[in-house]
Design a protein around this ligand. Structure first.
Ligand SMILES: [Zn+2]
Ligand SMILES: [Zn+2]
Length: 379
């Protein structure tokens, strides 16, 4: 690695050692602002509590480059000499993301007089809790934006590799919580009560029919119930219980149907057993859906500096999808490890390789210019 990437690697280690969880990225935000100010990059005044919006260049078109900055509440077990000891961990590699955007910012600042418009940089908070993209949008981050690009580091690809595809690249995420309330009583006289246990187990069984019997085999969909709580002893029918879980799917238009089917099964079952039910759907990302015009352009352009190939969609989610609901966007997977048995995202031994930074920086730098030129020529 040359001096520039050695410097970036040192910055990443520093960020890695001082992680902050979603919506508490205070020191990270201060650090980013200080670093950008030193590069003489304009920091946009906004209402963000954490996170930074900055700009290079001026006028239209505006292209947004996004990196997320938050860590997870995981106790790190990597054994790295720059491991975190504060109970949080950059186990999703957002230390890598923000460092690569700082690197790209420095290079693009050097090209500022030649840029055909404005590059708006989102150092986005709170991705892990699916709030940060909405906060950036509410802070007017997408004003005048023609397109947005971003990426996630991907441990199963090697440094220098980029996985990309048009249309869905990451899943829509649903998070459901169902609270069930029956009539408690003696286990010996269930006929005098309303059984919450049987209602919940029947609901969970019936819900499996949504994927198995009601969804096209050509539309990959997952429904997982992951947490149940009901009852406390052997001879009392409990009054209250709940379960929660998630649905993952790839058709933006199909989300509403999945939720309707879910609601119907749960409500009908509740009716059948005489219990009350309340269903809560969390605010979660929709499909990360890559623009069908811009993605092939970025695919071809990235071949100049990386090994680019088409990928299958991932069943994890990304709040980058919130930007793509408003403006065309492209989201890539950039190789960050590639070793056999490399830890997966969100594991307490998760590591990325510094040598992967160059591809990530270049992805921003080259494709930001490509999109500025593209939208400038469209006028
Ligand atoms: Zn994550
Ligand atoms: Zn992530």
């Amino acid at each position: 690695m040359n001096d520039f990437y050695q410097k970036l690697a040192a910055i990443r280690h520093d960020i890695h050692q001082n992680p902050e969880i979603s919506e508490r990225e205070y020191n990270t935000t201060e650090f980013l602002k200080g670093y950008l100010a030193e590069l003489d990059i304009h920091i946009v005044e906004d209402d963000l509590k954490t996170g930074v919006i900055a700009e290079i260049g001026h006028g239209l078109p505006v292209i947004a480059l996004r990196a997320d900055i938050d860590a997870l509440p995981i106790k790190e077990k990597t054994g790295l000499d720059f491991a975190s000891h504060n109970g949080a961990m950059h186990a999703c590699g957002h230390d890598f993301h923000q460092t690569s955007l700082l690197g790209a910012a420095e290079i693009l600042k050097g090209m500022e007089p030649d840029l055909k418009g404005t590059l708006r940089l989102f150092f986005q908070p709170a991705e892990e809790v699916s709030k940060g993209a909405y906060q950036v949008i509410e802070a007017d981050g997408l004003k005048d934006v023609s397109a947005v690009i971003g990426y996630h580091n991907y441990p199963h690809f090697k440094p220098g590799q980029i996985g990309l595809r048009s249309k869905a690249i990451m899943a829509a995420v649903e998070k459901f919580t169902v609270r069930v309330s029956g009539v408690s009583g003696h286990a010996a006289r269930p006929d005098l009560g309303a059984d919450t246990v049987l209602a919940i187990t029947t609901m969970i069984n019936s819900l499996q029919a949504i994927v198995a019997r009601m969804t096209s085999p050509f539309e990959p969909t997952v429904l997982s119930v992951t947490h149940i709580e009901v009852g406390s002893t052997w001879n009392v029918m409990p009054k209250d219980g709940f379960f929660e879980g998630t649905i993952r799917s790839f058709d933006p238009a199909g989300r509403a149907t999945l939720r309707q089917r879910f609601n119907k099964i749960v409500e009908n079952t509740a009716d059948q057993f005489g219990v009350d039910v309340a269903i809560d759907w969390g605010r979660t990302p929709t499909v990360t859906y890559n623009d069908e015009t811009l993605t092939p352009l970025i695919f071809e352009n990235s071949k100049r500096f990386a090994d680019v190939f088409e990928v299958e969609p991932l069943s994890i989610g990304e709040d980058f999808a919130a930007y793509q609901e408003q403006v065309p966007g492209v989201f890539a997977l950039i190789g960050s490890n590639g070793d056999e048995g490399a830890a997966d995202l969100h594991h307490d031994t998760y590591t990325v390789k510094d040598e992967a930074l160059e591809t990530a920086v270049t992805y921003y730098v080259e494709n930001a210019q490509l999109l500025l030129d593209y939208f400038a020529s469209k006028g």
